[in-house]
Design a protein around this ligand. Structure first.
Ligand SMILES: Nc1ncnc2c1ncn2[C@@H]1O[C@H](COP(=O)(O)OP(=O)(O)OP(=O)(O)O)[C@@H](O)[C@H]1O
Length: 301
C-alpha cells in the first residue's frame, strides 16, 4: 500500500533521507522508529506529497505521489508533528473548514464531524481551539486526519502530547482503524509506544533504513551475533554436571541456572544427556535478544 523506492531528500548537500526502500502492506500498523533527526518527518512529508523527493519515488495505493499529489491527498490522512488550527474557531468549525476541501455537502460534513468528535472524545466541548490543551489539539488533529475517511493514515509522533489515558485511547483507536482495513504509518522515537500497537516496524538511522519487519525480526537482525552461536538457558534443581558435547562452546553457571553457548540449537541432545545423568530440567529455552537493548545499540550507531 505504501512504497518507497530509493527515496532521497538532500538539504544543504546532505542526504537527510538516503536511498530509502520501504514497503508497507495494506491493513498494517507500521511503526517508523528512529532517534530525533533521523529523517522520519522528512520521509512522511515526501510520502504525503508535501515536499518532493530529490531523487527516487514513493507510491501510495499504486499512485506515484510526486506525479499525482492531489489524488494521493484524497485517500490519505496526515497528522503532522505540530498540529495547527484556527484558534478562534471551535473543533467543529475547524473540521468543517477542512471538510469543505473534500467536497462534502453540508449534511455529510455535519454527520462525519459529529462522528469524529465522538471518536476522539471532543464531542460537547464548546471551547475555541486556541484554548485547547496540547493533548486536545492532538486529538483534534487525529479527527482532522480522518475527515475524508482515508485508506492510509500517516501519524507523525501522535502520542507526543498525550497523557497516559490519552495514549491508551489512541492505541485503541489505531487498532480499531486498522481493523476497519486502514493502513497506518506511525512515526515515533519511543520504542515502547511502537511495540504496543505496531505490527511491523522499520528502524531509521541517519536517513537510512537499518531494518524492517516484525519487532522480533528486527531485533534478531540487529542483534550482535556470535557467528551462528545460540545461547541456551538451562535451569536444573541439581548442579549442572559436565556435559560432553562437541557443539558446546562454553558454559556459564550461576547457581541452579546456566547459560550454554552452543554452535547450534542442541537442546534435544542436552535434554537426553541431562536425563541420562539423572538431572531434572526445570526450564530450557533459547535466549531471545532483548529488543530494548538491540534498539538502543542501533540508535547509538
Ligand atoms: N527544510 C529543511 N531544511 C534543512 N534541513 C532540514 C529541513 N527539514 C529537516 N531538515 C534536517 O533533516 C534532518 C532530519 O529531520 P527530520 O525532521 O526529518 O527528522 P525526524 O526523524 O523527524 O526527527 P524528530 O523526531 O526530531 O522530528 C535534521 O537534521 C533536520 O535538521
Amino acid at each position: 500500500m505504501i512504497q518507497a523506492e530509493n527515496l532521497t531528500k538532500v538539504y544543504n548537500g546532505k542526504a537527510v533521507v538516503d536511498g530509502l526502500d520501504l514497503e508497507v502492506d495494506e491493513g498494517d500498523i507500521f511503526g517508523f522508529l528512529g532517534p530525533n533527526g533521523a529523517g522520519k518527518s522528512t520521509t512522511i512529508l515526501m510520502l504525503t506529497g508535501m515536499i518532493e523527493p530529490t531523487s527516487g519515488r514513493c507510491l501510495v495505493d499504486g499512485i506515484e505521489v510526486a506525479k499525482d499529489p492531489l489524488r494521493v491527498k484524497e485517500i490519505i490522512g496526515y497528522l503532522p508533528e505540530d498540529v495547527g488550527f484556527y484558534g478562534n474557531m471551535t473543533a467543529e468549525q475547524n473540521l468543517d473548514y477542512f471538510a469543505r476541501f473534500y467536497g462534502m455537502d453540508s449534511r455529510e460534513r455535519k454527520e462525519r464531524i459529529a462522528e469524529l468528535l465522538e471518536l476522539v472524545h471532543l464531542d460537547g466541548v464548546t471551547q475555541k481551539a486556541g484554548e485547547y490543551s496540547r493533548g486536545m489539539k492532538q486529538r483534534l488533529g487525529l479527527a482532522q486526519a480522518l475527515i475524508n475517511d482515508p485508506k492510509v493514515l500517516f501519524l507523525d509522533e501522535p502520542t507526543a502530547n498525550l497523557d497516559p489515558e490519552g495514549v491508551r485511547e489512541y492505541r485503541k483507536l489505531v487498532e480499531h482503524l486498522a481493523d476497519e482495513g486502514k493502513t497506518i504509518f506511525v512515526s515515533s522515537h519511543i520504542l515502547s509506544e511502537v511495540r504496543e500497537v505496531c505490527r511491523t516496524v522499520g528502524l531509521l538511522a541517519k536517513g537510512k533504513l537499518v531494518a524492517q519487519g516484525t519487532l522480533e525480526e528486527v531485533a534478531r537482525a540487529l542483534a550482535p551475533s556470535d557467528g551462528d552461536a545460540v545461547r541456551i538457558i538451562v535451569e536444573t534443581p541439581e548442579r549442572l554436571p559436565a556435559i560432553e558435547d562437541p557443539g558446546i562452546l562454553s558454559i556459564e553457571r550461576n547457581g541452579s541456572r546456566a547459560v550454554i553457548l552452543a554452535m547450534a540449537d542442541i537442546r534435544d541432545r542436552l535434554v537426553e544427556s541431562l536425563y541420562s545423568q539423572g538431572v531434572h530440567i526445570r526450564e530450557m529455552h533459547l535466549e531471545e535478544p532483548d529488543i530494548e537493548d538491540v534498539f538502543m545499540a542501533a540508535y547509538r550507531r
